[in-house]
Write a protein that binds this ligand. Structure first.
Ligand code: TRP
Length: 457
């Protein structure tokens, strides 16, 4: 089994799980939400959810993924039948694999924007000259870009093809190798950027903001936002962690890998907040949420620093690498779904998915220009897709918990988490995880799902 080329190495598995977690969600979404929901309090709730529900769901997905094994769709069906459990749960597993298709429909569009900012910063289409670089200049750049359908769509297609080219090669030769290369580089650049940000005069106020916690501002909206963010940024509830662990070796330490993944995923969120928030405070800009923070406020800061275009290029390079390690993981989910359920070759599926994504990103990209009137309910299709998939992640995260604790017998799960007795699971921590995942998580997640649905109307 260990000579199977489609099986992750131990480090490769950690890096790929972390690479999936670390993405635009941590760099773009989290700092914007920290800004919107008032700093340290939001981060505190976000970390608390990552360490409880996040870790619990992640380990549940690792355990069932490896228990079901390489042909996990078929195997899950068999296990349900053997245990006399309703077949409908199988549908839950299949549907969970649809979420990444919808996520990618808008994620690729942001990737296209980032691609523009990276090359534009490097080659001068986006200026960081202190006299040119005013807030209205950067607003003009961003608004002009997203409305330029042809340009963005071309860049989106470049990103789709780059992702497909990696996935075409498979889990080990493609995904694992890309993560080996990209993640260490990402960390190095990130640390350099943080040092630059923290040494700006006046950065201290931003650091204080990130670490100040005020329990009185915690409300329903904040908790829901942090919940959605934690599922998205840890890539849980989407099938990817099940797919990855179904391709992991039998001696892989699942609990530790889950802990590393949460630490790296949530840790990068702290890093990027430390990079962005203090710099914004140092310049006395508004700490605004949404895309403006990354695509307008930050460039404006770079324009005021020596070698601004270098810093900007590095920052957008980090975003590109983080985005790519996430798109390859997202792309892998429908690849698994179609190749396993319909018994097709991986290569064929990867190529057909290019067609699918080129088609659906057309609509998402155009929703910023000639299809800007398109809406579902009170939301545009971009925001609608983001909200819908956030909800789906939480629902299918709940399904994973139920699979691991109600549908598969406890002894098998114990076997997986202990890697067949290699690691000790006769501990309080194991019981704590198991009962949390079996009773506490399902109840609380169900309540939260209702709240999320309610917040949509
Ligand atoms: N976690 C990634 C981010 O923060 C996005 C991502 C990659 C993802 N794979 C996923 C989100 C699977 C949900 C499900 O940007």
């Amino acid at each position: 089994m260990s000579n199977n080329s489609q099986e992750f190495s131990k480090l490769g598995f950690v890096l790929s799980a972390a690479g999936s977690a670390i993405g635009l969600g941590n760099i773009w979404r989290l700092p914007a939400q920290v800004a919107q929901y008032g700093g340290g309090t939001y981060l505190f709730v976000y970390f608390a959810i990552c360490l409880t529900f996040g870790l619990s769901v992640l380990l549940a997905e690792f355990a069932i993924g490896r228990y079901f094994g390489e042909n996990y769709f078929n195997r899950s069906k068999e296990v349900l039948a053997e245990n006399n459990k309703p077949k409908a749960w199988y549908a839950g597993l299949v549907l969970s694999h649809v979420t990444p298709i919808i996520i990618l429909s808008f994620y690729f569009v942001v990737c296209g924007w980032v691609l523009y900012y990276f090359f534009g910063s490097l080659f001068g289409q986006v200026s960081y000259n202190a006299t040119v670089g005013t807030p209205s200049y950067y607003e003009g750049v961003f608004v002009g870009l997203i409305g330029n359908f042809k340009l963005v769509y071309a860049l989106v297609i470049v990103f789709i093809v780059a992702t497909a080219a990696i996935n075409y090669r498979g889990v080990t030769a493609g995904i694992e190798k890309a993560n080996f290369l990209l993640l260490p580089l990402l960390f190095i650049i990130l640390v350099v950027m943080i040092i630059r940000s923290l040494t700006l005069p006046g950065a201290g106020a931003g650091v204080a903001y990130i670490f100040s916690i005020d329990f009185s501002v915690i409300n329903k909206e904040l908790i829901i936002a942090a919940l959605k963010q934690s599922f998205f940024s840890l890539s849980i509830g989407s099938g990817i962690m099940i797919a990855f662990s179904s391709a992991s070796g039998k001696t892989m330490h699942l609990r530790n890998t889950a802990i590393y993944t949460v630490a790296l995923g949530a840790g990068v969120g702290l890093f990027t907040s430390l990079l962005i928030v203090p710099a914004v405070f140092a310049f006395g800009y508004d700490l605004n949420g949404g895309p403006a923070l990354t695509f307008m406020t930050l460039p404006n800061i770079f324009a005021n620093l020596p070698f601004g275009f270098v810093l900007a290029s590095l920052f957008f390079l980090v975003m590109l690498m983080a985005a790519l390690t996430s798109t390859i993981s997202l792309y892998e989910v429908p690849t698994q779904l179609f190749s396993k359920v319909f018994n097709l070759s991986r290569q064929k599926v990867v190529l057909w998915l290019i067609v699918l994504f080129v088609a659906i990103t057309f609509v998402q990209t155009a929703s910023f220009s000639f299809l800007s009137n398109l809406s579902i309910g009170k939301l545009g299709i971009f925001d609608f897709s983001a909200n819908l998939t956030d909800l789906m992640l939480v629902i299918f995260g709940l399904v994973s918990c139920i699979f691991a604790t109600w549908l598969v017998a406890g002894k098998y799960i114990k076997n997986e988490v202990s890697s067949n007795g290699l690691y000790n699971v006769e501990t309080t921590n194991y019981k704590l995880w198991y009962y949390f995942t079996k009773f506490v998580a399902p109840v609380i997640l169900t309540v939260l799902i209702f709240l999320v649905v309610q917040s949509l109307f």
